[in-house]
Design a binder for this molecule. Sequence first.
Ligand SMILES: *[C@@H]1O[C@H](CO)[C@@H](O)[C@H](O)[C@H]1NC(C)=O
Ligand SMILES: *[C@@H]1O[C@H](CO)[C@@H](O)[C@H](O)[C@H]1NC(C)=O
Ligand SMILES: *[C@@H]1O[C@H](CO)[C@@H](O)[C@H](O)[C@H]1NC(C)=O
Length: 412
Amino acid sequence: MGMGIQYLLSRMFMLCMSMVFSIDMASSSSSQNLQVQDQLKILNKPAVWSIKSSDGDIIDCINITHQPAFDHPLLRNHTIQVTPSFHPEGVSAQKQGIGSSSSRTNSQLWHLNGRCPKGTIPIRRTRKGDLLRASSIQAFGKKKHRAFPQPRSADPDQISQSGHQHAIAYVEGGKYYGAKATINVWEPKIQQPGEFSLSQIWILGGSFGQDLNSIEAGWQVSPDLYGDNHTRLFTYWTSDAYGDTGCYNLLCSGFVQTNNEIAMGGSIYPVSSYHASQYDISILVWKDPKDGNWWMKFGKDKVVGYWPGLLFSHLSGPASMIEWGGEVVNSESNGQHTSTQMGSGHFPKEGFGRAGYFKDIEVVDASNNLRVPKGIDTFTDQSSCYDVEIGKGAKWGTYFYFGGPGRGPNCP
Ligand SMILES: *[C@@H]1O[C@H](CO)[C@@H](O)[C@H](O)[C@H]1NC(C)=O
Ligand SMILES: *[C@@H]1O[C@H](CO)[C@@H](O)[C@H](O)[C@H]1NC(C)=O
Ligand SMILES: *[C@@H]1O[C@H](CO)[C@@H](O)[C@H](O)[C@H]1NC(C)=O
């Protein structure tokens, strides 16, 4: 009988505990839900028109004057610059139209299902699932700290600890007013969540300290950010070394978009196949000498928009370093290197049609001319996993092949 009462009491205690617990759970999940809804409201502005893409994305056409940039405290009274005051000229302007007949340029998958009207800009809609995949709502749309390749002052131990691996070409020591490249597009395999693979240009200002300024553009595969394995066009910016400022695409206020055709974060279509059709995208980022904004051009003539100069400290002036190349996250489970691929997933020595490439690599000089970069050098964290090989030719200008398969016989 004593046992019975004790049992009853302990049952009642457990019941109470579980009630308290479930009330607690319910309130915390509903407050998380509210936070998610609030954040979605900030990210997704009311759409003038929406387009469903066959990859599952929804592209919202947002009134250009209602875009996320204008949530930024410094941009409340900002007047949109419709066009840059200046387009850099030089080597590639003369070469335009010649091109290499063996590779083709491409565009975005959602174009198959519609276009955004004039006066609007296309923005990939963020959904609840996108936010819930992030480690926190604050972390959504941001790179982790120390995500930059750091060639010269490289401390190999420190770099492999950060889990990011790079195979890049770079120039430093000059004053750079922009950079350009044509980047071969692939769909590298990602081994597991938490990892990504990207190919991009970095425009860097300041030192590799807490105040690093960076403007980035290229393509990426990131299941964490997008919920799938598609190759997507992306941009990034930070003015404090991936700390509080900046984000991917238009996932925070900063970048001012002027173009109604290109959606940041939208899938690129088609992508290259091994020993078959090759596709590439051209990206140019340059500083407008008049107002100091950094503009971005996609392909031959699509001016996408700009990062206002006032977002930056060091990059309110010229960049001090430019990098081109690939980056992956190696989360090294069970002490094994990841099999996440960089570029095509094949080493540079395989060459055209098999290895990924950057070609027509150029920088913008102080007189706003595109120039072949002087003193270009290469860097890899672990060349037996991902490598880079630079070359120079009449047809491709300065170029390199890069990438690799990750885990393999020489990359255990
Ligand atoms: C924007 O304009 C208003 C009214 O002219 C002014 O009070 C405010 O300080 C301005 N804000 C910025 C960030 O310039
Ligand atoms: C955008 O909004 C402004 C006012 O906020 C309005 O005058 C304009 O017509 C809108 N444009 C479109 C394409 O809806
Ligand atoms: C992405 O690819 C990996 C294998 O590389 C697969 O395990 C995963 O299910 C894919 N994710 C999606 C969302 O398709």
